[in-house]
Design a protein around this ligand. Structure first.
Ligand code: HEM
Length: 496
């Protein structure tokens, strides 16, 4: 079906382009009689309606999107040859989608949760997707546990309700999750809007320059609107009157030409520095300290155009960390490695194998490939061009100039226990706790206690123990807010 391009032609048609004589009355045998199967317009309309829903994203299902422009403000060509960064002042079209994580497509926006922060840059060398969050760290170190994280935070199989018990049983069993849990329970756990939060690439990525030299980088996006957050009480009140506060805020500000902006920065670590780090620089549960690896400005982006159609542009957007361009690449972070498979795989199921052809997912440059056929192939399928390689006719040629520098790896293949590699789970959450002033610490204790309502005591005690190891005052504060005495915590720990 081709869409009507003639704005003056308002005549209704079927999907096959035939005129629809009557939109409101189905065909019946007599004015009060049963319907006739030959009412093909009714059949088409109902059949289409019956298929309007596609699966929602397994997580990050509720989200808002907008188009925008990225502008380079600082020369980082010594780190990356990516054309998007090639000169100061250069502009690149982009698309962003922000989301909550655990709620379904109809969930309220103002919930205590991580926020997704997904950016797509339509560069002349292909799409670069930076699929980050509003937090610099994550709960896990091994992607094998990701499905469990989602089961634990989503609905219980029996009650079909979200379960604080499942949630905290899982989180508190993973001491490496404490850093992320502390961020989510802190006063930053419910951003006031998508405009009022920072974004992070979170993982360690790599950059490669014209000399084919590699450095490790982390990406930071800092809100120019400033950080603003909601308390639990404010959020509760808001959700009672409006479940779409983030969507409304983003949409309305863009409509008013009050375009939100973020500055992009990188932290850079050389391969040599990485080899000498006191902790694993590819561990997603840890940050790199800014005093050791200061922020280097890269550019700025603004979101300046709302989608015309939410389903077409936001629901069908398919971001994946696998979308990188020459000059920006992956790292040994095994969480990132796991994600490189999961997104495209989920999207082949959610949207279909040819989801790259959906306009919001199409790169702006030429796509030459041997991929053919598959459901919903709508782009002419490369016509009569050869569909095998190698061939003797020059279609298509490798681009060896884009080969990355070799990465030295070694070691025996095994299921290595990351906890044996590094059991320092508590230093960074302890430091984060100590960056908070007393009021913020109190808010952290109370948010945690409210969130743990109804959770079995042994799980509460396990979490208190984790907090205590980060800082005794953290453990004691959470214990007090939960109404549990430290002697009870000690007694329970002695029994273990
Ligand atoms: C969405 C998997 C960790 C950020 C998704 C989706 C999958 C997924 C399957 C749905 C994709 C779709 O249907 O389009 C995973 C796995 C992870 C992981 C297996 C770990 C092993 C992370 C981390 C971050 C992140 C660490 C951030 C640093 C996002 C965002 C979205 C998303 C922002 C929504 C993208 C959008 O707006 O369309 N994830 N994820 N995920 N994930 Fe992850």
């Amino acid at each position: 079906m081709s869409e009507n391009k003639d704005q003056n032609n308002k005549k209704l048609t079927t999907a096959a382009g035939a005129p629809v004589p009557d939109y409101q009355n189905s065909i019946t045998a007599g004015p009060r009689g049963p319907m006739l199967l030959q009412d093909v317009w009714f059949l088409e309309k109902m059949a289409h309606f019956d298929r309007e829903l596609i699966p929602e994203r397994r997580m990050h299902a509720k989200g808002s999107g907008a188009h925008g422009t990225f502008t380079v403000t600082n020369d980082i060509t010594k780190y990356s040859k990516a054309k998007i960064f090639s000169e100061v002042g250069k502009k690149t079209d982009m698309f962003a989608r922000f989301s909550t994580v655990a709620g379904e497509r109809g969930a309220a926006d103002a919930e205590r949760d991580i926020r997704g922060f997904a950016l797509r840059f339509y560069t002349e060398e292909g799409n670069w997707d930076l699929v980050g969050n509003n937090t610099p760290v994550f709960f896990l170190r091994d992607p094998l546990l990701f499905p469990d994280l989602n089961h634990a935070v989503k609905r219980d199989p029996r009650t079909n309700m979200r379960s604080a018990n499942n949630n905290w049983d899982f989180w508190s069993s993973l001491p490496e999750a404490l850093h992320q849990v502390t961020v989510v329970m802190s006063d930053r756990g419910i951003p006031k809007s998508f405009r009022n939060m920072h974004g992070f690439g979170s993982h360690t990525f790599s950059m490669i320059n014209e000399e084919n030299e590699r450095v490790w980088v982390k990406f930071h996006m800092r809100s120019q609107q400033g950080i603003e957050n909601l308390t639990d009480a404010e959020a509760e009140e808001l959700v009672g009157v409006d479940r779409e506060t983030h969507q409304r805020d983003l949409y309305e500000n863009i409509e008013k030409d009050n375009f939100p902006k973020w500055k992009m920065y990188i932290q850079v670590m050389t391969e040599e520095e990485a080899n000498n780090m006191p902790y694993n620089p590819f561990d997603l549960t840890k940050v790199w300290y800014k005093k050791d690896f200061p922020l280097i400005e890269v550019g700025e982006f603004e979101l300046n155009r709302n989608p015309d159609n939410y389903f077409a542009e936001v629901e069908q957007a398919a971001f994946t960390p696998a979308n990188v361009v020459p000059g920006i690449s992956f790292s040994p972070d095994k969480m990132l490695q796991g994600r490189l498979f999961s997104y495209g795989d989920a999207q082949r199921y959610r949207l279909g194998v040819n989801h790259h052809q959906i306009p919001v997912n199409q790169p702006k440059n030429n796509v030459n490939s041997y991929h053919r056929d598959g459901a919903m192939r709508v782009d002419g399928n490369q016509g009569s061009k050869l569909h095998y390689g190698p061939n003797s006719y020059g279609e298509w040629q490798d681009q060896p100039e884009y080969k990355e520098p070799a990465l030295a790896v070694n070691g025996d293949a095994d299921r290595w226990n990351f906890r044996e590699d590094d059991d320092n789970y508590f230093e960074q959450p302890g430091k984060l706790f100590n960056l908070m002033n007393e009021d913020q610490q109190q808010v952290l204790f109370e948010n945690t206690a409210r969130n743990m309502r109804g959770v079995e005591k042994f799980i509460q005690i396990r979490h208190i123990n984790n907090c205590y190891q980060a800082d005794p005052a953290y453990g004691e504060g959470v214990a007090k807010a939960l109404g549990i005495s430290m002697s009870e915590v000690e007694a329970a720990s002695d029994k273990e």
